[in-house]
Ligand binder design. Structure first.
Ligand code: ADP
Ligand code: XUL
Length: 526
């Protein structure tokens, strides 16, 4: 009964999930919430308070303390960690950790908390995370140093993006020169957690490395041009990147002694949470798109070949199962749906009925541009909500029309801005809080003319970690793992209505015209 452990170090929590590949079952799930369980780190939502709303940093020691706390909890529940043959996992993407020496110096003692032993290794007390948007200036500098945004896209699959690691490293170099110079190596959250577990500094892998504006996707090596444009001496602070399936070592003696792991337990490269979810949702092959309907909405999918977004909004990351994936992030997700629901006085069940029973695909030609908050896809720097249609619609007197309009605009937007991958999805896997809403799923099915499935997986990123460990260290093929761990429930399928295809032809064109009129690509980048 081989057990594989997957971890997910996300913004607000660290979770673990163990699979038994013989039984085809998830045998244990456990989580540590940073805010509730580690209040001493003063990060109720996973990051530190800062007077500048653009600055979002976390204390990396909180992630280390969470690892100790999580493994202690698993043991306290009677789980024998000695059963784990291999482990892997994921980290929130883009966040970075700065060390003054390689791990571990000196070797760790099992009787001292790990965070206390890691603390002297840090050359920077805090880690910028993906929510940070304070490096706009650095994005511009990097882009102009390499010859413009198109060149950054050509090399790395994304424009220079504020939350991406390269611009954040440049800001660190500009503002804390001495600390930068004292930095021996820079990690992503993923490679940092993997390094702790392996007890040695391990490289960044392609999946997460592609979210740094530093990895040349053509060569899968750090781009010398971008390294130079980012900060002096950066090439010496990064290990050469490796494939996501790399076994980076076996578990460190600290974890064997303290938690009872087998010394033979293999540690497989950790990746970013989105690449890991691609695996955990069984979507590593082109033709299936994942739509995550959370605080923000995200569309991601495996790509047949690496393609970059000519509009510059989408990103290309490594697909942990080989090749590449795209990711497109929309800031106006649940927050905007909530804003409309509140405005017209609908709770979620009523919102669902409004779409399914009280309005029709295409909404009679009425359209809403849904930018309740500044948007990154397309780049809209100020909130911009526009309603096009009759008086009742424009004044929110037609509740059902408004509920449908926001969701149709979001689905049209997802379709428009994911089209660059050149693949029409046959299946959409929906996940996230709003995937409970059949009205929303029906609109997505109709706009994409694809079946929409929801899976029972709740932590697809941690599951992806466990499956990656089973694949890379246990040599178990993907197909068998997906069959056992990510079955799609036929009862939960939402089928597209073929008659709905027609009304969306004109609405799609209208959406394109209006969004272009708003200045889709003319706003300043980053
Ligand atoms: P996060 O990005 O924080 O992980 P979740 O995936 O947990 O977010 O989704 C939370 C969001 O789901 C809430 O903000 C809420 O708007 C939305 N939500 C919850 N239930 C429903 C529902 N039945 N219909 C539509 N939206 C819902
Ligand atoms: C992706 C991104 C987020 C984080 C969340 O580019 O910034 O999805 O990975 O953890």
């Amino acid at each position: 009964m081989p057990h594989y452990l997957g971890l997910d170090s996300s913004t607000q929590s660290l979770s673990a999930l163990v699979v038994d590949t013989d039984l085809g079952k998830v045998v244990l799930e456990e989580t540590v919430n940073f805010g509730a369980d580690l209040p001493e780190y003063s990060s109720p939502n996973g990051f530190l308070a800062n007077p500048d709303p653009k600055v979002k940093h976390s204390n990396p020691l909180m992630w280390v303390a969470a690892l100790d706390a999580l493994l202690s909890r698993m043991r306290a529940r009677g789980y024998d960690l000695g059963q784990v043959s291999a482990l892997s996992g994921a980290g929130q993407q883009h966040g970075s950790v700065y060390l003054r020496a390689p791990i571990p110096t000196p070797s760790w003692s099992a009787s001292v908390p790990l965070a206390d032993q890691v603390q002297p290794l840090l050359s920077r007390a805090s880690s910028p995370i993906w929510m940070d948007s304070s490096s706009g200036e650095e994005c511009g500098e990097i882009a102009s140093a390499v010859g413009g945004d198109d060149e950054v896209v050509r090399l790395t699959g994304s424009r220079a993006i504020e939350r991406f690691t390269g611009p954040q490293i440049r800001k660190f170099w500009k503002t804390e020169r001495e600390a930068y110079e004292a930095t021996h190596e820079i990690h992503l959250v993923s490679s940092f957690i993997a390094s702790l577990l392996a007890g040695r500094s391990v490289p960044i892998e392609y999946g997460d490395g592609a979210g740094m504006n530093l990895l040349d996707l053509n060569t899968l090596e750090w781009s010398p041009k971008l390294l130079r444009a980012t900060a002096p001496g950066l090439e010496g602070k990064l290990h050469a990147p490796v494939p996501s399936t790399t076994v980076v070592g076996s578990i460190a003696p600290y974890f064997v002694e303290k938690f009872g792991f087998s010394p033979n337990a293999a540690v497989v490269s950790f990746t970013g949470d989105n690449p890991s979810s691609l695996v955990g949702m069984g979507a590593t092959r082109p033709g299936t798109a994942v739509i995550s309907l959370g605080t923000s909405d995200t569309v991601f999918a495996a790509m047949r070949e690496p393609r970059t977004d000519p509009r510059g909004f989408g990103h290309v990351f490594g697909n942990p199962a080989g090749g590449f994936m795209c990711l497109i992030c929309f800031a106006n997700g649940s927050l905007s749906r909530e804003a409309v629901a509140e405005r017209v006085g609908l709770d979620w069940p009523a919102f669902e009925r409004a779409i399914l029973e009280q309005s029709r695909p295409g909404n009679g030609g009425r359209l809403m541009l849904p930018y309740f908050v500044p948007e990154m896809t397309p780049k809209i720097s100020r909130p911009a909500v526009r309603l096009f249609g009759d008086d009742d619609f424009r004044n929110y007197r037609d509740a059902a029309g408004a509920a449908r309009a926001i969701v149709e605009a979001q689905a049209l937007s997802m379709q428009r801005y994911s089209a660059f991958i050149g693949e029409t999805p046959r299946t959409v896997l929906a996940t996230g809080g709003a995937a409970k809403n059949r009205g929303i799923l029906q609109v997505i099915a109709d706009v994409f003319q694809a079946e929409v499935h929801t899976l029972s997986v709740s932590n697809s990123s941690a599951l992806g970690g466990a499956l990656r460990a089973a694949n890379a260290a246990g040599k178990l093929p993907w197909e068998g793992l997906f069959e056992r761990f990510v079955p799609t429930a036929a009862t939960k399928r939402v089928l597209p209505n073929p008659a709905a295809a027609h009304p969306y032809v004109s609405l799609r064109e209208r959406f394109a015209v209006e969004v272009e009129r708003l200045g889709e690509t003319s706003a300043p980048i980053a």
